[in-house]
Design a protein around this ligand. Structure first.
Ligand code: PXL
Length: 285
């Protein structure tokens, strides 16, 4: 396995198991070096905690970028998650242009919305800036709500395969790379991930566990990035990340006190085992 270097840019919510504090350990556990440019530091995430602190780090980003350009630090992949402002979106695009090696991957999780609604910090201007960032991505990781915002589609009460096909085709117009659409459910009790790559659609379905845990989008995206960095294709990486996320939720839902995130740490050994088994099977073929 090649040793890859990933840069993630998203916030650090000091407590709450999301964004940076999830991406760093998961990507590292998958065997890649993971650096971070934090967009902001918050005492906790914003979904369910009150009175959280927020320190915007926008002005630090160009300084960090300049230092890294001067020091010749380059990356195999830049993966972006929750960002704080339209200005940060512009900086992140610049980071991708300046710090990626030739053929380096731009993976964008347009983390801005869920359950039909934008997160409180965001507005229409942010959505427009995110559309622009997504247009430059090699891989997009939206949930259905984010996909609707990115394509000016009304968020549906319910949907069918035709709706998802149209959403994917509109996202393809926007991005042109690989699209990994999460939370796609066609029947009660099951949900899944739809992967659209080079005109081919693949669907991986799994059972619904619990009624939604915070931070699972970040857990999913981080496991996906970490798996891809081992040379696994997008479809298989999407499936590995889905299984990992389901295991994290299963290990959390019985603990009422743990409402703010998922206990991903006990599942890391299993993730590594899955990755190794996959590689052994590929070697044997
Ligand atoms: O998980 C997405 C996320 C990341 N960072 C912060 C958040 C959220 C979602 O609410 O509040 C600060």
């Amino acid at each position: 396995m090649e040793y890859k270097r990933v840069l993630t840019s998203q916030d650090i919510s000091c407590f709450g198991q999301c964004s940076g504090t999830v991406a760093l350990p998961i990507i590292s556990a998958c065997g890649s070096e993971c650096a971070i440019i934090p967009s902001a530091v918050l005492s906790t995430h914003t979904a369910g905690f009150e009175g959280y602190t927020f320190c915007d780090l926008t002005d630090e980003i160009p300084k960090i970028l300049k230092h890294w350009i001067d020091t010749d630090i380059m990356f195999d992949c830049v993966y972006t998650g929750y960002l704080g402002s339209t200005q940060q979106i512009k900086y992140v695009a610049e980071i991708m242009d300046e710090l990626l090696i030739d053929g380096g991957l731009r993976i964008v999780d347009p983390a801005m919305a869920d359950n039909g609604q934008l997160y409180p910090a965001f507005n229409e201007e942010y959505v427009e800036a995110m559309k622009w960032l997504c247009s430059q991505a090699n891989i997009l990781l939206p949930n259905i709500t984010e996909a609707c915002f990115l394509t000016d589609t009304e968020y549906p009460e319910s949907y069918d395969q035709d709706f998802i096909n149209k959403l994917l085709s509109d996202l393809d117009q926007l991005c042109g790379g690989c699209i990994v659409l999460t939370g796609v459910s066609f029947r009660e009790g099951y949900t899944g991930v739809m992967i659209y790559e080079s005109g081919i659609c693949s669907y991986y379905e799994h059972e619904v566990v619990g009624d939604g845990c915070h931070g699972t989008g970040d857990v999913y995206a981080s496991a996906f990035v970490g798996t891809m960095m081992r040379g696994v294709g997008a479809v298989n990486a999407a499936c590995v990340a889905a299984d990992f996320t389901v295991n994290c939720i299963k290990g959390t839902i019985d603990d009422e006190d743990h409402w703010y995130g998922v206990k991903f740490e006990p599942q890391l050994a299993g993730l590594i085992e899955t990755l190794k088994e996959g590689e052994e099977e590929a070697d044997a073929e």
